[in-house]
Design a protein around this ligand. Structure first.
Ligand code: ADP
Length: 624
């Protein structure tokens, strides 16, 4: 704030100095220019005034000499005492005077006495007056051209006098004088801002458009000058004075006069022309006030213009500064943005790098997992193989042991001749061989043909063919199979024998589960829901605990004792249903027990073209 205040002060100072530096020479120049123009105008006015004066004087200059040649004049100067001659000339002069518009015409005798005059009958008649002291007289009396300007001593009127000698033979017997009124000329001079003066050689004003200035001197009234005027009585008895004027040199080198009048000072620029033939000097005084005012106006305008320019420059400067500030702010913002973007980009790159690392790690882990998985599968396979080997050896060893025992027994019985008993044993051996053959057939199922062709059958047809297979087992378990297949035939596209095998497996498992119950129940329902068919087998046995539900479809998983279950039934069933594009799953039945759901794609009623898998697979059923 303080700084900017001081800066403003400095700026203001510099501007003021600048204004001064411009204003002073500009003022000088403008004044000079105005004064030059003023002087030029003065010079014009002067030229006109001088021309007018010259013209006026020239008009009358030759006239006195002309009149001097008149016979009447000659007669008069030779006999001035003759009243008739005087009266005649008087009348003649009056007539000529009226005709020419001059002030007065009169005739003087060589002693300076007026003998006849145009104003002989007026109140201020010149007749009888002596003008011997006037230069127009004595110049003419000596044969020269007489010229003089003066205030009339008798008439008290200013005039310009021309004198001409009256030659009679080779003698000058008189002088004819012609007085021209200067008031008339003076009256044409009127200007608001200039003065025209006619001064004598002593600087005394004889003519002026300002009556108060008449007979005042613009030069010092020295005694010699006063004496010179008195000698010729140029100004009659008028008291001369000095005009209160100070002189100076103007900017254009012209004479400057400052006149004090009534307490006011008026400055004039003076231009002068000397009219030697009239013995006077014509001056034109131009008032300088308008010129000075013009110069002032011009300078003021210039300064104003300068001020406006400075203001404009200042506002431009300010605008530029504001713009720069705004740009700087924008630049900062952009830089910040760029910085942030690059930071973010770096962050992102870092995140990306970490992600990449993680992906690599994940891949490695995945590979590891796969390896572990395949290891596990391998191990599982081995374990399953071990399990199977144990089960198989158990399954086979038992009947084999029994076969051996029966055979040894039969041998002893035969040795003892007990043929019937031996036959019984051999029949038992045969039974055991059957059982082992059945076991072998089951294992063969693993080598099933999933691509065997399918056919469209109804669920009812499949169930009809399944019933006889499970009938014995159901009877044994004292349970009745209740079925509900809905009102309409439900078509599925399956291998008929394989679907029978699945139903046999599930129904046999259900029979196992409910065997020991007081009211064993197994129900089979089938229904179609859009493009899917659901066959649901429920029992009211103990159900499948959650813990093992996920594992019951694994091969060799069984909860039944050795010799009772192989754990292959559901595993085989699961894969068969998968081959039909279906799904086999277990759930908990409402009110306890197990619920197995076979979901199959529905088929339209078309019986299909393949022979199915009946021939290929043969009838299988019963328990493993
Ligand atoms: P297995 O009958 O030889 O045991 P399965 O694969 O057919 O082999 O069955 C596997 C296991 O699933 C059975 O041991 C039994 O624990 C369980 N299971 C199958 N059906 C039922 C059922 N209806 N109720 C309870 N448990 C069942």
């Amino acid at each position: 704030m303080l700084l900017s205040g001081r800066r403003d002060l400095i700026v203001a100072g510099v501007l003021a100095a600048l204004a001064l530096a411009v204003a002073v020479p500009a003022a000088r120049y403008m004044t000079h220019l105005q004064f030059s123009q003023l002087a030029e105008r003065g010079q014009n006015t002067l030229g006109l005034a001088v021309s007018a004066l010259r013209g006026e004087l020239a008009r009358y200059r030759a006239l006195p000499a002309l009149i001097a040649q008149y016979d009447t004049i000659h007669a008069l100067v030779q006999d001035p005492g003759d009243p008739a001659l005087v009266a005649g000339v008087n009348a003649q002069l009056k007539e000529i005077n009226a005709l020419l518009g001059s002030s007065d015409i009169y005739v003087l005798l060589p002693d300076g006495l007026t003998v006849a005059a145009s104003n002989h009958d007026g109140p201020a008649s010149f007749v009888g007056e002596s003008f011997a002291y006037r230069p127009y007289f004595y110049d003419a009396a000596e044969g020269r051209e007489g010229r003089f300007f003066a205030l009339g001593t008798t008439s008290l009127k200013r005039g310009y006098y021309f004198g001409a000698p009256v030659w009679v033979g080779d003698r000058i017997l008189g002088v004819v004088v012609f007085k021209v009124d200067v008031d008339q000329i003076e009256r044409t001079w009127h200007g608001a801002d200039f003065r025209i003066l006619v001064t004598d050689r002593d600087g005394i004003i004889f003519m002026s458009d300002r009556p108060e200035w008449r007979y005042a001197a613009i030069d010092r009234l020295t005694p010699e000058r006063l004496e010179r005027s008195a000698a010729t009585r140029r100004y009659a008895d008028t008291e001369l004075r000095e005009l209160p004027v100070t002189r100076a040199q103007g900017p254009t080198g012209h004479l400057m006069l400052t006149v004090e009048e009534g307490g006011a000072r008026t400055e004039y620029l003076a231009v002068t022309e000397n009219m030697a033939e009239a013995d006077w000097t014509v001056k034109v005084l131009m008032q300088t006030r308008p010129a000075r005012f013009q110069a002032l106006v011009a300078i003021t305008a210039l300064l104003l213009l300068l001020g406006v320019a400075v203001l404009g420059w200042h506002s431009l400067q300010q605008r530029r500064r504001r713009m720069e500030e705004r740009l700087a702010v924008q630049r900062d913002a952009q830089e910040m943005l760029e910085r942030r973007v690059s930071e973010r980009t770096a962050d992102l790159a870092e995140v990306n790098r970490r992600l990449n690392e993680e992906v690599v790690e994940r891949r490695a882990t995945e590979r590891q997992l796969r390896r572990t998985q395949s290891d596990l599968v391998q191990a599982g396979k081995l374990a399953a193989l071990g399990q199977m080997s144990a089960a198989l050896s158990h399954e086979f060893n038992q009947p084999l042991g029994a076969v051996r025992a029966y055979a040894e027994n039969a041998e002893i019985l035969l040795e003892r001749g007990r043929i019937d008993d031996a036959r019984g044993n051999i029949a038992d051996i045969s039974l055991l061989a059957d059982r082992m053959a059945e076991l072998g057939r089951h294992l063969r199922n693993f080598a099933r043909k999933p691509n065997a062709r399918l056919q469209t059958v109804t669920v009812a047809e499949v169930l009809r063919d399944t019933r006889p297979i499970v009938a014995a087992r159901l009877r044994e378990a004292r349970v009745e199979l209740r079925t509900d297949l809905g009102p309409d035939p439900i078509h599925v596209r399956v291998g008929t024998v394989r679907l029978q095998q699945v139903l046999v497996n599930i129904l046999t498992n259900a029979a196992d589960a409910v065997e020991s119950l007081p009211d064993p129940r197994i129900a089979l329902t089938a229904r179609q829901d859009g493009a899917r068919v659901f066959i649901i087998i429920r029992d009211n046995g103990p159900g499948v605990p959650q813990a093992i539900a996920a594992r019951i479809f694994d091969p060799f998983f069984t909860t039944k004792g050795v010799g009772r279950g192989l754990g292959l039934g559901l595993s085989i069933s699961y894969n068969i249903i998968k081959d039909f594009d279906g799904e086999l799953r277990v759930a908990e039945a409402e009110g306890g027990g197990a619920e197995f759901v076979i979901e199959l794609p529905a088929a339209d009623g078309d019986p299909g073209d393949g022979p199915g898998d009946g021939g290929a697979e043969g009838r299988q059923g019963g328990r493993a």
